[in-house]
Ligand binder design. Structure first.
Ligand code: 13P
Length: 253
């Protein structure tokens, strides 16, 4: 990927989902050590489960790997058993948060309006939101991928994002954890459509917001995907759990 002075650095973010115990911190340490030794073109983030967040932030303190959360509640505090607020993520050492992941939209019926409220909460806590969008297989097969994703973009991105650091991630639901990926042409088409919404909503700022691709990104396909027009990084699930694979993807950016 060619990065010009006006293009923000791409972002390669690892989403550990509900994987990882204390021993997994060694993988994060290995990523940070390699990034320190040979600074990559991309910014690098790891989003561990909440139980590891504070320990990872401590372990990586002073390193250039960003630590992030995987979700937050829209309220700063309250009687919401089991939930975690944006100020709590920031307090634990996170500087970024994934929002609207399809596993949350799907398993917890999160709507775009709820995602938008969470984005506001993240911004208020000083966190950089990474907002996920993506169509299901049925929607793609019905020829609806583009309207679904652009609709999610319009409804999940509040106006308050204007001028703020944030990223969008296109993650086709059917490509997550399946080993399947869209064709490069399909990735380019959806990313172009998302870019058009970002420019329409946020003008010049929208033209430079990184649009990540996510869904079965591996060392083997990372270079081709990351070289696709309008792809400004990757959101990586399974392949981010092992430092060796994640570093290979980082090196491809
Ligand atoms: P996989 O890379 O395991 O397909 O997961 C993608 C994802 O959901 C990242 O948020």
């Amino acid at each position: 990927m060619t990065v010009s002075l006006t293009t923000p650095r791409p972002l390669i973010a690892g989403n550990w989902k509900m994987f990882g115990l204390e021993a997994s911190l060694d993988e994060a340490r290995a990523v940070a050590a390699a990034v320190a030794q040979a600074p990559p073109a991309a910014r690098v983030a790891i989003c561990p489960p909440a139980t590891l967040l504070h320990r990872m932030a401590d372990a990586l303190s002073g390193e250039s790997v960003i630590v992030g959360g995987q979700d937050c509640h829209a309220a700063p505090q309250g009687a919401y058993t089991g939930d975690i607020s944006a100020p709590m993520l920031a307090d634990a050492g996170a500087t970024l948060v994934i929002l609207g992941h399809s596993e949350r939209r799907g398993s917890y019926d999160e709507t775009c309006e709820e995602v938008s409220a969470k984005v506001l909460a993240a911004l208020a806590a000083g966190l950089e939101p990474v907002i996920c969008l993506g169509e299901t297989l049925a929607q793609r097969e019905a020829g609806q991928a583009e309207p679904i994703v652009t609709g999610q973009a319009r409804n999940s991105l509040p106006d308050d994002l204007s001028g703020q650091a944030f990223a969008v991630a296109y993650e086709p639901v059917w490509a997550i954890g399946t080993g399947l990926t869209p064709t490069i042409a399909d990735i380019a088409a959806i990313h172009a459509a998302i870019r058009a919404v970002l420019v329409e909503r946020f003008g010049d700022h929208g033209a430079s917001v990184p649009i990540l691709y996510g869904g079965s990104v591996k060392p083997e396909n990372a270079a081709e995907i990351l070289a696709t027009p309008e792809v400004g990084g990757a959101l990586v699930g399974g392949a981010s759990l092992k430092a060796k694979d994640f570093l290979a993807i980082i090196a491809a950016a």
